[in-house]
Design a protein around this ligand. Sequence first.
Ligand SMILES: [Zn+2]
Ligand SMILES: [Zn+2]
Length: 240
Amino acid sequence: MNLGISILNFFFPIHCGICGREDIFSLRTGLCGSCYRASKNPKRPFRCSVCDSPLLDQSSICEFCDSRNVFFTKVWSLRDRNDLLGNALNKLKSGNEYTLSIFLSLGARRVLQKMKVLDLDACILLPSYSGSMIFTSGSRPFSPSERLEKEARRILKTPFIQPLRKISPERQAGKSFSERFFHAHHSWEIQPEWKGLCPAKILLLDDVFTTGASVNEASRILKNNGAKSVYILTYLRTAD
Ligand SMILES: [Zn+2]
Ligand SMILES: [Zn+2]
């Protein structure tokens, strides 16, 4: 490490969100140089035009979006999930780790800038039950998607609303694919004051797009209550 960097690290020590090593690179990305390189995924040129999942060939829509009732309009995920990224998200969920939220939201600005043309009416932070709402020492509820919310507020300048209410304390994690679909059906309900009154174009923020069951169900409820298009933005998506 050269002297300049040693001095900077002395005055502004920042530790890699994954391995804990001090590295000036973490100041910008939240991870040290080597963890950052390990977080990269191979390029996947073909993507579903709706859910953004990688495809084997140039067909424009995946089986998932083609075969089922899909209620969301389009999904953006900042990265494909891999072991290191999944680990980073779990660490972020288990404690409010600032450097990891920097890292996971890298690229959010670029995507949000592009979304300006959609002329969105409202944003929603997908409500979770205690599962991913962590009460920190000040007993302030912490959502892993908080930084995504901050960036969206700053760039889109769109109001945040909360028309959904979580009604099931069960979590999605550890459930099979079919269980998730069954379960998602009973996860939320519309808040009485939003019945039939949801704005037309909504952006939903969540931490990870796994089967899409949760956001699809949320989108279904919003559309039943007046929404015309529901867009999704998450840090990660499961790509296999
Ligand atoms: Zn590291
Ligand atoms: Zn798809």
